[in-house]
Design a protein around this ligand. Structure first.
Ligand code: UD1
Length: 372
């Protein structure tokens, strides 16, 4: 069986790694790795390949940044040539980024079978580009690998035949469990002048939070206020860095001094971190403040409280069982959620079923069973 595994953006790398590991153990599968180049460079791409031990991509489409249409079309044009040359039996796509959707459409139009890992997640928020990517992908693919019961229910409700849906668990958690011990003692937070359990780890990059000046300014104002109670450590996504500078909001954030001295009040920004460094920062934090999807899941497994600055989540299992609070981007709601956690924590939480480190193996076993 010949398989093409696709990655494009930062959150894809930790999802494909366990699948490649599992494929390497099975002689039935010959596999190639295609990187679309949606994310690129050392910090957004290469650092993850290094940390996760991912093989160098067999093919790099080098598409880069652009508007949605430009980026999606660029990936499709380049990926079509790859499919025509290599003629795979299956294409595996993960997550919900533009690369996921673009490669799915291209493969299906050439009658190549596609499997989607992390299928069925729905925010029901059509202003999120990711929701459009999820819907387009799931309606087309031949195998839908799901993380939880909500995803299965969404797909059934949308009329996806039951025999195409495979509940395997959360593959990104395979990567977390594999690297947890190594990340534990890396000393990353100390290097930045942080003390264990005494800082907020923050990420933010959603267009809904950073692309409008008033929204971004409102969030930065509340962060600055909160940082008098607890320092905020903010490895900053390139989109957010660009918008802060474009809107002239640089005064709200401070750059971390290189001397490693203890950080006081402030919203402390630094360049994006690699996988292991961020895992270290995450697991030793008091709480995580984010608009990411994956972090809602990682904090659930680590037992770290998570305040999600979005009006909705496609990952409700992290609220039902985990440590996640959805608060939107209203500054007052963000402030009261953070203060509540600082005052008392989050109560009972559990790890969802099949988030157990064996998901890559389940996916590959099922693919082999499905055959060419
Ligand atoms: C993308 C995904 C989003 C995911 C996020 C994780 C889509 C629609 N969005 O959003 O789901 O949560 O990745 O990071 O697929 N840039 C760089 N270097 C890079 C990549 C981007 O500087 O390696 C800058 C460029 O200015 C670019 C901007 O960041 O225009 C946005 O990048 P893009 O890939 O379009 O979307 P993300 O916001 O990263």
């Amino acid at each position: 069986m010949k398989v093409i595994n696709v990655v494009g953006a930062r959150p894809n790398f930790m999802k494909i790694a366990p699948i490649i590991d599992a494929m390497n153990l099975r002689s039935e599968i010959e596999h190639l790795l295609v990187h679309t180049g949606q994310h690129y460079g050392q910090k957004m791409s290469q650092a993850f390949f290094d940390d996760l031990g991912l093989p160098k991509p067999d093919i790099d489409l080098g598409v880069g940044s652009g508007s949605h249409a430009v980026q999606t079309a660029g990936i499709m044009v380049a990926f079509e040539q790859v499919l025509l040359e290599h003629k795979p039996d299956w294409v595996i796509v993960v997550g919900d980024v533009n690369s996921t959707m673009a490669c799915t459409i291209t493969a299906k139009k050439l009658n190549v079978k596609v499997a989607h890992v992390e299928a069925g997640l729905r925010s029901r928020d059509m202003t999120m580009p990711e929701e459009i990517n999820r819907l387009c992908t799931d309606v087309l693919v031949d195998a839908l690998f799901t993380t939880d019961h909500f995803a299965d229910e969404n797909l059934i409700q949308e009329g996806v035949p039951q025999d195409k849906i495979h509940f395997v668990g959360n593959v990104m958690i395979d990567t977390l469990l594999k690297h947890r011990d190594k990340a534990q003692d890396l000393g990353t937070f100390e290097r930045f002048g942080l003390e264990p359990g005494q800082y907020v780890a923050m990420t933010m990059h959603r267009p809904g939070n950073v692309d409008e000046k008033s929204t971004l300014q409102g969030i930065l104002e509340v962060l600055k206020r909160l940082s008098h109670d607890i320092p905020i450590f903010f490895p900053i996504h390139p989109r957010t860095a660009k918008m802060i500078s474009q809107f002239g909001l640089d005064d709200y954030v401070s750059t971390i001094p290189k001397d490693g001295k203890k950080l006081g009040p402030g919203v402390w920004v630094t360049d994006p971190l690699g996988y292991l460094d961020f895992l270290n920062v995450n697991m030793h934090s008091r709480l995580v403040l984010t608009d990411s999807g994956g972090l809602q899941e990682e904090t659930t497994v680590l037992g770290i409280p998570c305040v999600t600055m979005r009006p909705n989540t496609e990952r409700p299992i992290t609220c039902e069982m985990g440590t996640n609070l959805i608060v939107g981007n209203d500054p007052q709601l963000i402030e009261s959620a953070v203060c509540k956690i600082l005052a008392g924590g989050i109560g009972e939480h559990r790890i969802p079923p099949k988030w157990d480190g064996k998901v890559g193996q389940r996916i590959v076993a099922k693919l082999i069973e499905l055959g060419v």
